[in-house]
Write a protein of this length. Structure first.
Length: 559
């Protein structure tokens, strides 16, 4: 009997009740464990590692437990994922499509113990999509109710939670003045009126050793206690909370809390900010149409916006201004202590275009993803023809239409330390009049970031060119073909294959284990990204190929 390693994933949207000895996560895990035990006769066994997300919404994939689960799926450590209900895994159809793609590539299935369905059939997939549609609908309706409640409460001047502003503390869900911090806030406003410049104010506060508030987040990590940045100071000086009011979007309402700053000081500060070019905190610095705006995310999954630096240059005896464009991380909070990442816009856009062009020329990869969502052979052929046309377009020659068509396929680009994680919608190549609306596909593109000297821009160096080895590809293809024939019964024995292929005794037995290579290793061999030492002879001469994918990667040089 083949052992099937089962991982239990649990989630709860809020932290309420998690401090109890037996909470919702424990109840979900107990139900899933009982179901796994009932399938013991099928070889199911529960993994000891817990994948829990307490206090995380199902509308996002930014959950530590889920990310750890997906990493273990990619590494081949899990065979089956068991959840109490499907909406515990996700409440977003688009996120679920990305997960299913990851599961399929790793050969992992998942089970909901309270909802019976079979994802191997079209009816099962339809049932699952209907369940997820209602889960997403419920999440969106709940979000609308919360937004309406927040708007109505703020109109009455109530504080609706979030980060407690410096100078206040939260008592019974209301803002109460903290006198020690209130003195600090009044000092900041007074010093700004004296210096007349936020940059000088920041330097003055550094001299006075005035630091931001220290606090501990829900993960137990210490935050704050640092010098106020200029952005944090602009945010504070523009915040109407200090004059006893609340802001909701662009509207200002009278608040129920006590003001720290008097009206005269407040109006003087606002007038000085306007005079010296102070901007509203929610306004955009530049209006730009860079290609990856809204699509590019840094290594901490923060959205990256576009900005530029200007430099005066002389051209033909005339002084002109040249702009150098960059993508820069957007801070989630003014006191975010995660370092800001910066990438040269032209370089990263060029690398993304090269990655797309290379992937669109891989028809095997495209066909595999398209056939997961549509069974119409004609539509599959249409997608392949469109991919060929796009991959051969003159995008390196800056042809505007070709570039726009390629970028229209992208749904997300995450910049990691050594690779790009690119998400696409292949259905965008079919045009608006064809179905389905979405054919999600994800891939990774290795690259390196290199700093050329001090204070010089980052240069992105793509990986070396692909080098497909026909003998190596043929060897893996033979192994897969023979394994399929043995499993479906079309060939009764290894000896019969040996005689048919005219090989020496034992040759098929040595090659056959290659059918169970890790999916990422097979893909690397197919596109020519294998290590230089890995050849057909190397694989043939292996004394034994381990079944564990992690050990395969280590043995063959992929780690």
């Amino acid at each position: 009997m083949i052992r099937k390693r089962c991982a239990i994933y649990t989630r709860k949207s809020t932290e309420e009740g998690l401090e109890q000895d037996f909470n919702s996560l424990d109840a979900q895990r107990e139900a899933c464990a009982a179901y796994i035990l009932s399938q013991k006769h099928e070889g199911w066994s529960q993994l000891s590692e817990a994948y829990d997300d307490g206090g995380y919404s199902g509308g996002s994939m930014d959950r530590p437990g889920l990310q750890q689960l997906l990493n273990h799926v990619r590494n081949g450590r899990i065979d089956i994922i068991v959840v109490y209900k499907v909406d515990r895994l996700t409440r977003s159809l688009s996120d679920f499509a990305r997960m299913v793609d990851t599961f399929d590539r790793a050969g992992v299935s998942f089970v909901s113990v309270t909802q019976a369905f079979n994802t191997t059939s079209s009816m099962g997939r339809l049932t699952l999509n209907v369940l997820l549609s209602f889960a997403q609908f419920e999440r969106e309706v709940t979000a609308e109710r919360i937004r309406d409640k927040v708007a109505a409460s703020k109109q009455k001047g109530m504080w609706m939670g979030g980060s407690v502003p410096v100078g206040y503390e939260a008592v019974d869900k209301a803002l109460v003045v903290n006198e020690a911090e209130a003195t600090l806030v009044r000092t900041i406003f007074a010093e700004y009126l004296a210096t007349g410049c936020v940059r000088k104010l920041s330097a003055r506060l550094r001299e006075l050793n005035i630091l931001s508030r220290r606090w501990v987040d829900r993960h137990g990590q210490s935050k704050g206690g640092k010098v106020f940045s200029q952005g944090a100071l602009y945010y504070m000086l523009r915040n109407p909370i200090y004059v006893g009011k609340t802001r909701h979007k662009k509207e200002i309402h009278e608040g129920l809390h006590t003001a720290i700053i008097d009206d005269a000081t407040w109006h003087s500060v606002q007038a000085q900010l306007a005079k010296h070019g102070g901007r509203e905190t929610n306004s955009k610095r530049h209006n730009t149409d860079r290609a990856l705006i809204g699509l590019l995310f840094d290594s901490s999954d923060r959205k990256m916006g576009a900005t530029y630096a200007s430099k005066s240059v002389f051209r033909d005896g005339v002084q002109t201004t040249k702009r150098y464009w960059y993508y820069v991380s957007t801070k989630a909070q003014p006191d975010d202590d995660v370092p800001v990442e910066r990438l040269p816009a032209q370089e990263i856009e060029r690398i993304v275009l090269s990655a797309l062009t290379e992937k669109l020329s891989d028809h095997v990869w495209i066909a595999d993803h398209v056939e997961m969502h549509i069974q119409d052979t004609a539509l599959v052929a249409d997608v392949l023809r469109a991919a060929t046309a796009l991959s051969q377009s003159d995008h390196l020659g800056e042809e505007a239409n070709a570039i726009q068509n390629l970028y229209s396929l992208i749904t997300r680009v995450a910049v990691r330390a050594d690779r790009l994680e690119i998400s696409m919608n292949l259905a965008a190549m079919l045009g608006p009049d064809n179905n389905p609306e979405s054919i999600p596909a994800n891939f990774e593109f290795p690259f390196k970031r290199r700093q050329n000297g001090r204070a010089k821009p980052v240069v992105i160096v793509p990986r070396s060119s692909a080098n497909p080895d026909p003998d190596l590809i043929a060897l893996v293809a033979d192994a897969r073909r023979w394994a399929k024939e043995l499993m479906d019964g079309s060939v009764c024995s290894i000896k019969r294959i040996t005689e048919r292929e005219g090989l020496r005794s034992g040759a098929v037995s040595r090659i056959l284990p290659l059918a169970w290579l890790a999916p990422d290793i097979s893909t690397a061999i197919l596109v020519g990204r294998q290590p230089a030492h890995l050849t057909a002879k190397t694989l043939r001469d292996l004394p034994e190929l381990p079944l564990d994918w992690e050990k395969q990667r280590e043995l063959l040089g992929f780690l």
